[in-house]
Write a protein that binds this ligand. Structure first.
Ligand code: PAF
Length: 283
């Protein structure tokens, strides 16, 4: 079922809740792929009803970013959601989501001034605003997000904690193509040559994993390993390579706790991100 209005969505969700049913929520911007499908399937396993939102959120795009060209195909998205077991897809117009004279901002400080937040000013304010609105509208028990956007997961966890929003944020593993490229709606922008070149992201992270296995714990040296691999690909331009504490997202020098190793790389004009978390087990 496709729902476009908040009022209709709220009344359906209220009726489910009256029956005692649990609600899982997968917020998306559409152009759905296997990564989104895996979030929906996990939500279906863990909840009685699953709502997927498909909304290309204008407030999280910068003026020179790809809001207008972002891929949109609601019929294809709807079919994927229903096949994966979702009960409904919420696909509002921007005018349904935003008042012309909106005056409220939602901003999570510190965590958003680094990594993608530093490169895309205002991006996380837009994400936090839309996700807090969607959580207020859907009132889910659990909401599902992909770990490819690891910073987004950290920011949203902090936001729901700070605002006492009654939802569990469930972070789900990155889904990859067979050759290692992390699934992303933006992969559709890549030409054949760029698609091949994009493999350098996952390859560079594999090199870092090898170094970690060999005992390397110096963050600067590990970043050099990743950068050296990335620089082998002429179509790749590094945006950032970082090693940060998984919770605070603060830079680390020596790897002694769990760290997130995120990278952002331009392949031609397309900016791709990837990451992995290195866990230190203490027994
Ligand atoms: O990850 C995304 O697709 C978006 O940032 C989200 C969470 C749907 C908010 O628009």
């Amino acid at each position: 079922m496709l729902v476009k209005e908040i009022k209709e969505l709220r009344s359906l969700i209220k009726s489910w809740k009256r029956e005692g049913l649990s609600v899982g929520f997968v917020p998306t911007m559409g152009a759905l792929h296997k990564g989104h499908e895996s979030l929906i399937k996990k939500a279906v396993l863990e909840n009685d009803k699953v709502v997927v939102s498909v909304f290309v959120n204008p407030t999280q795009f910068g003026p020179n970013e790809d809001y207008d060209s972002y891929p949109r195909d609601i019929n294809k998205d709807l079919a994927l959601c229903l096949n994966a077991g979702a009960a409904l897809v919420f696909n509002p117009e921007p005018s349904e989501m935003y008042f012309d004279n909106k005056a409220t901002t939602v901003s999570v400080s510190s965590l958003t001034s680094v990594l993608c937040g530093a490169k895309r000013p205002g991006h996380f304010d837009g994400v936090c605003l839309v996700v807090s609105k969607l959580l207020n509208i859907v009132t889910p028990d659990k909401a599902y997000f992909g770990e490819k956007d690891a910073q987004q997961v950290a920011v949203l966890k902090r936001m729901v904690r700070d605002l006492n929003i009654d939802v569990e944020i469930v972070a789900c593993s990155i889904i990859r193509e067979e050759d290692g490229l992390a699934k992303s709606s933006r992969n559709t922008y890549l030409s054949k040559d760029e698609r091949q070149a994009a493999l350098i992201l996952s390859k560079s992270l594999e090199r870092a994993k090898d170094s970690l296995k060999n005992g390397e714990r110096n963050a600067t040296k590990l970043k050099e390993v990743i950068k050296a691999e990335l620089s082998k690909e002429p179509l790749a331009k590094i945006d950032y390579v970082e090693i940060v504490d998984s919770d605070s997202l603060e830079n680390v020098e020596t790897i002694e706790k769990n760290v997130l190793i995120p990278i952002a790389v331009y392949i031609g004009k397309t900016r791709l991100i990837d990451n992995f978390t290195f866990k230190i087990y203490t027994y």
